[in-house]
Design a binder for this molecule. Structure first.
Ligand SMILES: [Zn+2]
Length: 112
């Protein structure tokens, strides 16, 4: 693994890793809060920074079969959620390339 550079986001509504406060994404990237993670509620974001991806795996979710990668915080290595690589149902294609962050794994920072 190479050297990982942490990115700092400049928005005033930032989501951070709840363990180490590394910036993950900002409110402008939020697509939906109506998702279910492994630990309860989860949010769908169009882009997330400061994560590394695990191996691709096929997972049967509530909404059908998807190929996903778990995403880990680059600083503390906590699993924050996953990335949708492939969605096989036509109605779920909008999720491809997007990220799920578990509500329990992220915190809000800034002026909400
Ligand atoms: Zn972290």
């Amino acid at each position: 693994m190479g050297v990982l550079f942490k990115q700092y986001l400049s928005g005033d509504k930032i989501y951070t890793c709840s363990q180490c406060k590394t910036h993950c994404t900002d409110h402008g990237q939020l697509i939906s809060k109506a998702f279910q993670g492994r630990h309860g509620r989860a949010y769908l974001f169009s882009d997330v920074v400061n994560v590394t991806l695990g191996p691709r795996e096929d997972r049967m979710l509530i909404t059908g079969l998807h190929t996903v990668c778990d995403c880990y915080c680059i600083t503390c290595n906590s699993v924050l959620g996953w990335k949708y690589e492939v969605a096989y149902e036509e109605s779920q294609k909008y999720k491809e390339g997007k990220y799920i962050l578990e509500k329990a794994k992220v915190q809000k920072e800034g002026s909400w």
